[in-house]
Design a protein around this ligand. Structure first.
Ligand SMILES: Cc1cc2nc3c(=O)[nH]c(=O)nc-3n(C[C@H](O)[C@H](O)[C@H](O)COP(=O)(O)O)c2cc1C
Length: 356
């Protein structure tokens, strides 16, 4: 059953940042952490479950996730300079029954402030960021807060700031990844798949550029594992991406949300702003896509004789979804939407599948 969410969609991003997390995530209950039994990219974790980059806005949210047994929380994507959030609203319920196929996502999806099971939502923040001083302090504290068997990750997105050359842009990615490493994070994630960047094509669709950026980052951060977050890719595109980057990166996280036009029940544009006709849809309706990507990443890993780790996410809202992802080949499973509306989802999953 849906509970009150730990991110309050009725409040702005800044209000959530300052006052959150809310409801069950803020009840003060600290769940015990099991022994570190699983290995993920050289790190020992107690259970292969986490929250992907997004709902954990800052250190308070990351700490609450650790307390509630999400042993691999990822701090929301940050940037190298301050960036404002898209105008409110940033989260709305999406009325979708069944799967949101790529074909269906070409047509408008009705969104509103109603949240129903099976839960799907749209989110549109534009990857805002506080000053690096602020998020680095937060990150250091969250890393220190993690108990044995818990692993705090953080996601970064490079930006073509005004006046930047192509080289500056790549350097922005490189410096940002290094800042995350400097904050003590043991596995760095980069967001190559933000669906809310307006007309800009997702980086992960541009294989040569993805390869160049990933390679530049790896040259800088050395042995620290690099996970790249990717969108849903068709057969040929994913094969090409893995062929070109599978020896450079240490892991893939899939999927980000699925972009679709979003409208109010009366047919008008739901989110204010010319660049917000489309918005990322996540939750239950994207589960098929996350599972499909996980299966293909696993089989491509075997085919090419590679070793990368796989983070499977998209639509994990009930315990059996976790199992489906594990069976599909996810080394770590993550849930954003599901965890937001159920603070005890990690506990339920661990009880249902003690051996994962
Ligand atoms: C509120 C919210 C904010 C998000 N922000 C980010 C982000 O900053 N970076 C990112 O890589 N993905 C972001 N995402 C996408 C999630 O990491 C995830 O890929 C997607 O929601 C699918 O998982 P789910 O179905 O469990 O929600 C966000 C998702 C939500 C719900």
């Amino acid at each position: 059953m849906l509970q009150a969410p730990f991110f309050d969609p009725k409040k702005t991003y800044e209000q959530n940042w300052e006052q959150g997390p809310f409801n069950g995530f803020a009840d003060g209950v600290v769940l015990p952490v099991g022994k570190p039994r699983f290995d993920f990219l050289g790190q020992k974790i107690s259970y292969p479950l986490g929250i992907p980059a997004g709902p954990l806005l800052n250190g308070k949210f990351v700490k609450a996730a650790l307390d509630k047994g999400f042993d691999v929380p990822v701090h929301k994507t940050v940037r190298s300079r301050v960036r404002e959030c898209n105008e409110w609203p940033n989260v709305l319920g999406a009325q979708i029954t069944g799967d949101l196929t790529i074909e269906m996502a070409q047509h408008p999806i009705i969104v509103s402030n109603e949240y129903k099971e099976p839960l799907s939502i749209t989110n549109s923040f534009g990857n805002p960021s506080y000053k690096p001083d602020v998020w680095m302090k937060d990150l250091k504290e969250s890393v220190a807060y993690a108990k044995s068997g818990q692993l705090v990750m953080c996601s970064f997105e490079g930006t073509k700031w005004e006046g930047f050359s192509a080289r500056d842009y790549i350097n922005d990615w490189v410096q940002g990844a290094q800042m995350i490493k400097d904050a003590g994070v043991k596995i760095v994630e980069t967001n190559f798949s933000c669906p809310n960047e307006g007309a800009t094509q997702l980086l992960c669709f541009d294989v040569p550029k993805t390869r160049l950026v990933a390679d530049s980052i790896k040259n800088k951060i050395g042995d620290t594992p690099l996970v790249i977050k990717i969108a849903y890719l068709e057969e040929k595109e994913l094969r090409e991406l893995v062929k070109e980057t599978g020896k450079i990166v240490d892991g893939y996280s899939a999927i980000n949300s699925i972009p679709a036009p979003v409208i109010n029940p009366d047919g008008t544009q739901a989110l204010p702003g010319a660049h917000r006709v489309k918005s990322g849809v996540c939750g239950h309706a994207g589960k098929w896509a996350g599972l499909d990507m996980t299966r293909r990443l696993k089989s491509l890993r075997e085919e090419f004789g590679l070793k990368y780790g796989i983070i499977g996410c998209g639509g994990v809202t009930v315990t059996s979804d976790f199992k489906e992802y594990r069976e599909a080949g996810a080394d770590v499973v993550m849930t954003a939407t599901g965890a937001m509306w159920n603070p005890y989802l990690a506990k339920e999953i661990k009880n249902a599948y003690p051996d994962a």
